[in-house]
Each structure stands twice: as C-alpha cells, then as structure tokens.
Design a protein around this ligand. Structure first.
Ligand SMILES: C[S@@+](CC[C@H](N)C(=O)[O-])C[C@H]1O[C@@H](n2cnc3c(N)ncnc32)[C@H](O)[C@@H]1O
Length: 191
C-alpha cells in the first residue's frame, strides 16, 4: 500500500468527523478570513475538501478561483466529490516542489492542518515553493495544531521570513478536547 494514501477506513472516519463536529469551526474560521472574494487561491493539501468547500463558496460570490492541490490520488478523488457543485475550482495532483507552477500566479495560499504532518526537513523547500507562486502583497493563511511533530510558530515564522513573508496576524485557539491551534496570516513583501 502507498504510504501517502489513506485507507478506506481513514477516509470514512475523516469525512464523518469533518462534516459533523469540525464543520462549524471550519466555516467560522474561513468566513473570518480577510478576503475580497475575487482572489486566486491555492489550497495546499486539500484532503477531503471540507475546508475547501467553504473557500469555494466565498470565492464563487465575487469571481474568485480555488485550486486544490494534493499529493494523494485518493484524497483528490474525495475532494472532487465534496466540491462537485463548485465550478470555480480546479485540481492539481502532485508535489509542489516539482509541479513547476508559474511564479506569482496566486493571490493567496491556504494551508490547513498540513504543515505539522510534513517531515521537519521537508518544510523549508515546500514553503519556498509556496512563497514563489504568491504575488507580492499576497497572503498565506496557516492553521496548524501545536506540538505535533515539532511544529512551532517560531520555526514557521523563521521559514516565512527567509522567503520574504511577514506575519501580520497570529492567534492561538483553545477548544475543548482539541490540541491548541495556531492561526496565522503572512504577507509577502514586495521585491
Ligand atoms: C491532515 S490532511 C488536511 C486536509 C485539509 N487541509 C483539512 O484541513 O481538512 C493533510 C493533507 O495534505 C496532503 N499532503 C501531505 N503532504 C503534501 C504535499 N507535500 N503536497 C500536497 N499535499 C500534501 C495529504 O495528502 C492530505 O490530504
């Protein structure tokens, strides 16, 4: 079995959890993001597409477009189903470090519960590529649980700084039964 691919049980449990318990939280978080609605947004690590659906709904109102990127064929198939009613969405399958996406081709990058899961050694290269595809002044929205595989906001800030991004908002969210979660917004400086 491909280690990058989820089992059918994992897919079912994830959908069950995300579409019930987590969905109101996702909706509130995404509706609270400062977006015009006309942006081109890359959702890095779309998974089941439950967050992406709220993003696509916001972008649909004002002519924006969502690109869902995932390295997993199975998760991409699941997200296509979740998002089947949205026509302002396209899909990329693969690794951001080898996909050769054009520089400055997105107004924002959305990262929800992906970075903490990556090997620490993989994070710098991935963030370098995500920063490269962002326009000057573009935003990166990051939401990650703390303390998993050594994920820390300070390390993230360091990697973002190396790629010309400054943190413009940061908060730690604490909810019952869930790990504390970092939510940050970074802006790419000009030049
Ligand atoms: C924990 S899930 C989060 C999914 C979604 N963002 C959410 O919050 O519901 C992590 C997702 O990131 C994807 N992923 C992991 N490494 C990736 C990479 N290098 N490039 C693209 N996607 C990746 C996984 O396949 C998986 O779908």
């Amino acid at each position: 079995m491909d280690p990058l691919e989820p089992s059918p049980v994992e897919v079912c449990l994830t959908l069950l959890l995300q579409k019930t318990v987590a969905n109101p939280y996702y909706k509130r978080y995404i509706n609270g993001l400062e977006l015009q609605g006309n942006e081109r947004i890359l959702d890095f690590g779309t998974g089941a597409g439950v967050c992406a659906r709220h993003l696509a709904a916001r972008l649909r109102k004002a002519g924006g477009h969502l690109t869902c990127l995932d390295i997993s064929r199975v998760w991409q198939a699941v997200s296509r189903k979740t998002l089947k009613h949205y026509h302002n969405v396209d899909y990329l399958l693969g690794d951001i470090t080898t996909l050769n996406l054009p520089a400055a081709s997105f107004d924002a990058v959305f990262i929800h519960a992906v970075l903490h899961d990556l090997d620490v050694s993989a994070r710098p290269e991935i963030l370098r590529h995500l920063a490269r595809i962002l326009v000057d002044g573009g935003k990166m929205f990051v939401c990650e649980p703390l303390g998993v595989k050594g994920f820390s906001p300070d390390d993230l800030r360091g990697l973002m700084r190396q790629n010309g991004l400054e943190e413009i908002d940061a908060r730690i969210i604490r909810r019952a039964l869930m790990a504390p979660t970092y939510q940050g917004v970074f802006r790419k400086k000009a030049g």
